[in-house]
Design a binder for this molecule. Structure first.
Ligand code: PMP
Length: 307
């Protein structure tokens, strides 16, 4: 049986994924000098439509990532959105997908620097399910690895090389029997998960660390702040969070494009709340999944139809 060809966007054209290859001399391969995005597409069988969730915001964030890296976005945000839709359309996906656009320093030179080098853009899209479990509460552990500081390797820019910091934390967590890691900043405040932002519910308020806590400013984070405030009437607070505040929180969850909304049931061997998925987290999950599949008219502008 022939398997279907999957296409990618590489060197300014749509090519079979198998042909999208870079040289081992590529600067980004040697030094991690690339930035990327992760975008989800959600299939709605009733609408026979695939919705790309907040694609524009992802490319706007990528524009910021490239500025920090002294690279240039290869086109306008609108042009990248068009390329992305075309690629997904070409793949004829009728299922949930994950998209991975990357801007990378493509020069084939030896030498560590950012300036005066060539950059390129590539994009692939693949069918994709859950990244981590969202149906049972996760067991998480505070990592012994600290989150990178803005003056070391800015988390605000989604830099490929910086994900080694996340990989240290994630492997440590998994090998220690946890599902995910919570990373602290160098001065000991809660930052984020290995690839997720974090929210805790305490005293009826939804609390999350401010954007200056060495975290990626998540698009899901913004989505959750919006729906928690506008649909559930919750007060949102951005402030520093101590590690032990997580231990006594009423609810705790991680969020991100990949993770979606992932409830936490246990942190450092202590149950969160009663150790079950909390009611606010469950309502946010329900709202989120309706929203990303284009089922809530009010938020349809966040959902770009592919077909
Ligand atoms: N933090 C990190 C380190 C991440 O990799 C991600 C995933 N992109 C997030 C947070 C969540 O960001 P978003 O909601 O925009 O996917």
């Amino acid at each position: 049986m022939m398997s279907k060809t999957i296409y990618a966007y590489f060197n300014k054209e749509i090519v079979p994924l198998a042909d999208a290859k870079i040289s081992i001399l590529t600067h980004a391969f040697n030094y991690g000098t690339a930035c990327f995005e992760g975008i989800r597409g959600y299939w709605n069988p009733d609408h026979q439509q695939l919705y790309l969730f907040r694609m524009k915001e992802h490319y706007e964030r990528m524009a910021g990532s490239t500025r920090i890296l002294m690279m240039q976005l290869p086109g306008s945000v609108d042009e990248l959105c068009t390329i992305t839709r075309e690629l997904v359309k070409r793949n004829e996906f009728q299922e949930d997908v994950y998209l991975r656009p990357t801007c990378y320093i493509s020069s084939e030179v030896i030498g560590v620097r950012l300036h005066g080098l060539e950059s390129a853009f590539c994009l692939y899209s693949l069918p994709f399910g859950n990244y981590i479990d969202i149906d049972r509460g996760l067991k998480v552990g505070v990592s012994s690895w600290k989150r990178l500081d803005d003056n070391m390797l800015p988390a605000r820019s989604k830099i490929a090389g910086a994900y080694v910091n996340s990989a240290f934390a994630k492997s440590e967590a998994l090998l220690n029997g946890y599902d995910e890691a919570i990373m602290l900043t160098s001065d000991g405040h809660v930052s984020e998960g290995s690839a997720e932002n974090l929210f805790m519910l305490s005293g009826g308020k939804l609390i999350t660390p401010p954007v200056t806590e060495n975290l990626l400013v998540g698009i899901t984070r913004h989505t959750i702040m919006t729906i928690a405030r506008d649909e559930l009437g919750l007060e949102i607070v951005e402030r520093l969070i101590d590690r032990t505040e997580l231990y006594i929180s009423d609810e705790l969850f991680l969020c991100g494009t990949g993770a979606q909304i992932a409830p936490v049931a246990e942190i450092d061997h202590r149950p969160v709340g009663n150790g079950q998925i909390g009611p606010i987290t469950a309502r946010l999950q329900q709202l989120y999944f309706d929203l990303v599949r284009g089922k809530i008219e009010k938020y349809r502008e966040w959902c770009t139809p592919v077909y």
